[in-house]
Design a protein around this ligand. Structure first.
Ligand code: ASP
Length: 402
C-alpha cells in the first residue's frame, strides 16, 4: 500500500501509517460533521494526523494536566513519526534538500506565546516554541538563532532528512533541473532526454519519472507516492487545540511546510494569529493548508474575533473561508488551487472543522480529529463541494505518455 501525504491529511490512512502510537492503530470510520453536538469539556481537537495520539493526551488533560502540554503531546506524535513527511523527522525538505521546520504555541492560562521558524536539525519544534515562550523575553526565534537556542536548552541536533525523503527530493531535483542526474556522457543519455520538459510543455512525463525513481533506488511500492510529491508539491501540518475541564485552553501548530520551498520561506504555521491563536476568554483555533492565503487573512485570530462577537465556531470559520474566496472575487477556477482547513474550539466546548473544499481528492474528505470522551474523526464542513487541485497544475502520474 502506498500512502500519499494527502492520506495523512485526510486521516484515512492513519491506522496503517502511525507506527508510534501504541494501541491506536485502528483505521476509524470518518463520521459526519456534528455542528449541533452538545459542548463537552475536556475536549481536544486536532488535524487528522493527530488522531492516533489523542487518547493519551486526553487522559492527561482529564487528569488535570496542563492544556498546552496536552496539545504538545498530540503534535509530538507526527513530529516523531518518520512516515509522516509533513512534520518533524522525515518532513519533506526545501529546494536545497534541507528540512526546515516551523511551529508556534499559545498558552491560554498565562496568555503567553512562542514561535520558531525555519529551524534546521531540531525535531520537536512545537516544544521549542514553548521553550521560547518560557525561557526568553521574546515571542519568535528563527533560523540559526533558533537552532542555537534549542541546543542551549538541551535539544539534540539531528539529521531530519530520512532516506525516503532524500530520495524523493532527488527525484524532484532530477525531474526539474538540467544539471542533476545523468549527463550527456551517460550511456542512457537518450532516455534522459526523452520527453524532457523542453519538449513536453514543462511537465516531466510519468514514465520518465518512474525511470528516474527506479534509478534512485526508490522501491516500486513507493514510486507512485514519490512521483506524486514531485508533480504536486504537497503541504502538511498538524494543529491541536486543547480545552481543560476548568476552561483552560491552549493550542499549537507544527509543520515542515511546503515541500521544495525556497530556503527561508515561512508559511502560516509559525505566525501567531495565522497558524494558531488562543484567547482564554474565547477559545483556540488553528490551520493547515495554503499558508500564504492564511497569513493574509490572519485566519486563526479572525476566527476568534468572530466568536468573540457571538458567532458559533462553524459560522466563525466559514466567514473566514468566504473572505478568502472574496479575495479572488469568488472565482472557483482560481480558488480550486487553494485549500485551507480550520480547527475551531470555543471555550464552552463547542467546536467545528471547516475547509475550503471537501477534500484534496475525491472520496478523501478533510477531517478534524476530536476527543471529548469519545475519540473520532469527523468530516469538515466545506465552503465548496469537490476536491481542490494542486498548485502548480501538472500532469498526474499515469495520465501522460512519453
Ligand atoms: N500551512 C502550512 C504551510 O503553509 C502547510 C500545510 O498546512 O499544509 O507551511
Amino acid at each position: 500500500m502506498t500512502l500519499s501525504r494527502r492520506d495523512f491529511m485526510s486521516g484515512l490512512a492513519l491506522g496503517a501509517a502511525a507506527t508510534t502510537a501504541a494501541g491506536a492503530r485502528a483505521v476509524p470510520e470518518i463520521e459526519a460533521a456534528q455542528p449541533l453536538r452538545a459542548p463537552r469539556r475536556p475536549l481536544i481537537v486536532a488535524a487528522g494526523n493527530g488522531f492516533p495520539y489523542l487518547e493519551e493526551a486526553y487522559g492527561f488533560l482529564r487528569d488535570g494536566g496542563d492544556s498546552l502540554e496536552a496539545a504538545l503531546r498530540v503534535v509530538r506524535g507526527p513530529e516523531d513519526d518518520p512516515e509522516d513527511d509533513s512534520v518533524g523527522l522525515g518532513g519533506l525538505p526545501n529546494e536545497e534538500g534541507v528540512v526546515e521546520l516551523d511551529a508556534c504555541c499559545m498558552h491560554g492560562p498565562t496568555r503567553r506565546a512562542g514561535a520558531v521558524g525555519g529551524v534546521r536539525n531540531i525535531r520537536s519544534v512545537a516544544r521549542l516554541a514553548r521553550e521560547v515562550m518560557l525561557h526568553t523575553a521574546h515571542v519568535m526565534l528563527v533560523g540559526e538563532g533558533a537552532e542555537r537556542f534549542a541546543v542551549a536548552r538541551g535539544f539534540q541536533r539531528e539529521n531530519l532528512l530520512t532516506d525516503a525523503s532524500r530520495r524523493t527530493w532527488l527525484l524532484w531535483k532530477e525531474a526539474h533541473s538540467d544539471w542533476w542526474g545523468p549527463g550527456l556522457a551517460d550511456p542512457a543519455w537518450r532516455e534522459r532526454f526523452r520527453g524532457s520538459p523542453r519538449t513536453d510543455g514543462g511537465s516531466p512525463p510519468a514514465a520518465r519519472l518512474r525511470a528516474l525513481a527506479a534509478g534512485l533506488g526508490i522501491p516500486p511500492a513507493q514510486q507512485d507516492a514519490a512521483i506524486d510529491r514531485v508533480l504536486r508539491p504537497p503541504t502538511g501540518t498538524v494543529h491541536c487545540s486543547a480545552l481543560a475541564a476548568n476552561g483552560d485552553v491552549s493550542g499549537c501548530t507544527t509543520t515542515s511546510g511546503l515541500a521544495w520551498k525556497l530556503p527561508g520561506r515561512l508559511g502560516d504555521s509559525p505566525i501567531i494569529g495565522a497558524g494558531c491563536y488562543c484567547d482564554p476568554d474565547v477559545g483556540s483555533a488553528g490551520a493547515t493548508g495554503s499558508g500564504e492565503e492564511n497569513i493574509k487573512i490572519v485566519g486563526a485570530h479572525t476566527i476568534l474575533e468572530n466568536m468573540r462577537r457571538g458567532m458559533t465556531p462553524l459560522e466563525a470559520g466559514m466567514d473566514v473561508l468566504r473572505r478568502i474566496a472574496h479575495h479572488y472575487g469568488g472565482a472557483q477556477e482560481r480558488l480550486q488551487f487553494l485549500d485551507i482547513t480550520y480547527y475551531v474550539l470555543r471555550k464552552d466546548g463547542a467546536y467545528a472543522g471547516v475547509s475550503m473544499w471537501t477534500g484534496y481528492e475525491p472520496g478523501r474528505p478533510h477531517t478534524i480529529a476530536v476527543h471529548d470522551g469519545s475519540r473520532r474523526l469527523e468530516k469538515t464542513t466545506s465552503l465548496f463541494e469537490g476536491a481542490s487541485a494542486y498548485w502548480p497544475p501538472t500532469v498526474a502520474p499515469g495520465r501522460d505518455q512519453t
